[in-house]
Design a protein around this ligand. Structure first.
Ligand code: ADP
Length: 634
């Protein structure tokens, strides 16, 4: 139970972070520490695909080695084929130069395919793991987290992981192997020239890192300004914002503020583009200058060797011309992978930030789970006695007043308990506690004398059906919406439930009968029809205990009567805990609980409470009197 506060907190913290993030663009902008535990955990995700990963690594190494082949062929062509005017050698070397890229390309395609397979599969695994975990999280999580955020993690974050796997990871390995193979090739050709080129490397690294830092700073400033700007627009262009602006004549002020922020953004954007431009300018200049220096030094050594023959590097005549050409070719291919590696750090941070966000959700405690050895009662053996014993409940631990305080009552099997009282009195909360959507802080809620926490969740779910005010239909056929109640029901049982809920005839009038698609974007059913479908769903489930939040919205007399018929059938013989909005329900109740501020303030039957002349009597005059009593007190 100690998790309560932390739970809500983590949900909100995550929400706040997301809000910042959606404002601040890509996750790569965040300075995010890469934790060892995250790395290991990400590694485990790849375990089922280790064979593919191994092949990818092999391909990357082979491709890197192949990258050294053509520069070396250059040397052979110049030093051997040209020098000896050998057509045969020329054909062989040129042939190799043609075949190498063909093989490289083919291997590259294969690697891309394997990458895609691994990336997509890992993503699929993560998505399913995340979804099934989310599903099992308590209601508390969903009330404390914005829907948009949950969807974003499921869609964007998991989606971003694909990019990480297919691009970032391979980029690291391929650049590393390419750089290593290139340096090895350079060393083989001439260790002196290699040292010379690498001597300039620190300068290159220094500039790259420095520019990277500036870029990161500018871009995070840019993203922050963008976020401010959209927050400003959202605020001032909302209905209330506009109203305030207009009524107080603050248009000019608002416009100036907006213009100021936009001006900042413009300056930052220009800066961002220029930092990038400088960087690429630097790199390309560097690439061009280095070979020039190498030619200079190599040339000097070559001449020196010719004239004085002193030791420089292995220069047996024209042999070294090929070496120098091959060397500079190799070398020009060295700095690109190095630059990439230096920049990739940002991407790695972003990637692990993504994984952390996903893991954060996967690690949220489930809170409401079967305790070890929880009791499972077969469906048929539940009698349906309900009791609350000194129940106390806070939505947020130690924050504010309890939503439910010192609530005790009993409902014998088949009885109807009606909850009435002003809004915010805790009626809905009581129904949630009975369904074990939340666990109580103190006291106990029991079915047939068993604490809900001692029963399996499945037992509680089996025993109970909930009909809420807002009827929710999945975007699916009416049949499937009914089958939610009992998936294994036969078509006859579905229709029987439809009849019992007085909705069968109406369904048969629809274009495809029970196979008509209902739900948000489906066939538009009226409020009364939706209510009856919800009741039919509960009838089909045939639970021992019914939790009912009666609709407040007024229906026309005809629909009202049909809903009433359906309700009567549904409540028949079941223990019902109803948030009552209908006069007929309170009049039929075995017990009415009048609630105020989380407590039961009066209890009794309609007649008793009316005679008592207290809070219920007043409520009755306000809320129920004047309602048709139609088939009431049946
Ligand atoms: P009723 O159904 O009688 O209108 P509720 O049971 O919905 O009352 O609410 C009881 C109290 O609990 C109210 O003060 C309400 O503000 C609070 N409450 C309801 N839901 C939540 C929630 N998810 N988080 C925090 N407080 C809540």
């Amino acid at each position: 139970m100690g998790m309560h506060g932390g739970f809500g907190g983590s949900g909100r913290g995550a929400a706040a972070r997301l809000a910042r993030r959606t404002g601040t663009g890509g996750p790569s902008e965040d300075r995010h520490p890469v934790r060892r535990s995250t790395v290991l955990r990400v590694g485990r995700l790849f375990r089922p695909y280790r064979r593919q990963v191994l092949v990818v690594l092999l391909i990357l190494v082979v491709v890197a080695l192949l990258g050294v082949v053509n520069p070396y062929m250059l040397k052979l062509i110049i030093d051997d084929a040209f020098l000896h005017r050998s057509i045969r050698l020329l054909l062989i070397f040129v042939g190799i130069m043609v075949i190498t890229p063909v093989i490289s390309t083919a291997l590259g395609v294969w690697q891309t395919y394997l990458n895609a397979v691994v990336g997509q599969r890992v993503m699929q695994d993560l998505r399913i793991a995340l979804y099934s975990h989310l599903q099992r999280l308590p209601l508390r999580f969903f009330t404390a987290t914005r829907t948009g955020e949950i969807q974003s993690r499921l869609a964007n974050d998991v989606g971003g992981v694909d990019n990480v796997i297919t691009n970032t990871a391979t980029s690291i390995v391929s650049n590393l192997t390419r750089a290593a193979a290139t340096i090895a090739g350079m060393l083989v050709l001439s260790w002196q020239l290699t040292l010379l080129s690498l001597a300039l490397l620190p300068l290159f690294i220094l500039v790259t890192v420095r520019v990277g830092e500036i870029r990161r700073r500018v871009s995070s400033d840019t993203q922050a300004t963008l976020a401010d700007l959209s927050a400003l627009a959202e605020e001032t262009l909302s209905v209330s914002g506009i109203l305030l602006t207009k009524v107080f004549g603050r248009e000019t002020f608002a416009r100036q503020r907006y213009a100021r922020e936009t001006g900042r953004l413009t300056a930052l954007m220009i800066r961002q583009q220029m930092v990038g431009r400088w960087f690429f300018g630097f790199i390309s200049t560097f690439f061009s200058i280095i070979p020039a220096i190498v030619y200079l030094v190599a040339g000097a050594m070559l001449f020196g060797a010719h004239q004085g023959g002193h030791a420089g590097f292995n220069t047996s005549g024209a042999n070294s011309i090929g070496t120098i050409v091959a060397f500079t070719t190799l070398q020009s291919g060295l700095f690109f992978p190095l630059g990439q590696l230096l920049n990739i750090q940002v991407e790695i941070q972003g990637a692990f930030a993504l994984f952390d966000r996903i893991f954060e959700y996967i690690d949220l405690p489930l809170e409401i789970v079967d305790r070890p050895g929880a009791l499972a009662i077969p469906r048929g053996e539940i009698r349906g006695a309900v009791s609350f014993e000194s129940v106390r409940f806070h939505y947020e631990r130690d924050v504010g007043a309890a939503a439910v305080e010192d609530v005790s009552f009993r409902a014998e099997p088949g009885q109807l308990v009606a909850l009435v009282g002003p809004s915010g009195a805790g009626k809905t909360t009581l129904t949630y506690l009975l369904a074990r959507l939340y666990d109580v802080d103190q006291g106990r809620v029991c079915i047939d004398g068993h604490d809900l926490r001692d029963l399996t969740l499945a037992t509680v779910q089996e025993a109970m059906a909930i009909v809420t005010q807002e009827v929710f239909l999945f975007h699916s056929t009416i049949r499937e919406n009914l089958l939610v109640g009992r998936p294994e029901a036969t078509p006859e049982e579905v229709e029987a439930a439809g009849r019992a809920a007085a909705i069968h005839d109406r369904i048969m009038e629809l274009p495809q009968g029970y196979d008509t698609v209902a739900g948000e974007r489906g066939y538009r059913l009226s409020g009364g029809e939706k209510q009856r479908i919800a009741l039919a769903r509960a009838i089909l489930k045939d639970p021992r205990i019914l939790v009912l939040d009666e609709a407040t919205s007024a229906l026309d007399t005809h629909s009202e009567r049909q809903v009433q018929t359906a309700l009567d059938r549904l409540m028949e013989g079941r223990t019902t805990l109803a948030i009552a909005h209908r006069l007929s329900t309170v009049m039929a109740a075995d017990q009415i609980l009048m609630m105020e501020r989380g407590r039961i303030v009066e209890r009794g039957t309609h007649a008793q409470l009316l005679a008592q002349g207290g809070a219920y009597a007043r409520l009755y005059l306000e809320q129920f009197a004047g309602q048709p009593v139609a088939a009431a007190a049946g």
